[in-house]
Write a protein that binds this ligand. Structure first.
Ligand code: SF4
Length: 125
């Protein structure tokens, strides 16, 4: 295996005949003032992300997801941890809504509280 590698090296297999070209650097905006404003947005969004760099959102790092959000190629809920928080908050809100009764039901309900056996206890004022 090593001998094969040495043979390929000696055949110039590992050399390039063309010069490597640099990749373009990410620009937040062509306008400098807008780019600076977007940089501020990027930092604000990045501060909201957990910073785990787990890649579950499809971006390699939390910072790159923040860049994608600023460039409108992603949204905050693409982070699975943010999505989980949002789903939890929504579930909590739904639970509170489910416990609310319409006014007609509240007014039709007899006054008093239920005791531990489920019997209504009315209090006379
Ligand atoms: S899923 Fe969230 S924590 Fe993971 S890399 Fe993406 S933004 Fe960061």
């Amino acid at each position: 295996m090593i001998a094969k590698g040495i043979k390929l090296y000696k055949q110039n297999f590992m050399t390039r005949e063309t010069q490597l070209q640099p990749r373009s650097v990410l620009q937040l905006d062509n306008n400098l003032a807008d780019a600076i404003r977007k940089m501020g947005q990027l930092e604000e969004i990045f501060a909201k992300l957990p910073g785990l760099d787990c890649g579950s959102c499809g971006s390699p790092t939390c910072r790159s997801l923040a860049e994608d959000i600023v460039l409108e190629n992603a949204q905050l809920s693409d982070c699975v941890f943010i999505l989980r928080e949002q789903v939890n908050a929504l579930a909590e809100e739904l639970l509170q809504l489910a416990q609310k009764r319409p006014r007609a039901l509240r007014e039709a309900e007899p006054k008093g509280e239920l005791n531990h056996e489920g019997n209504r206890i009315t209090t006379e004022d």
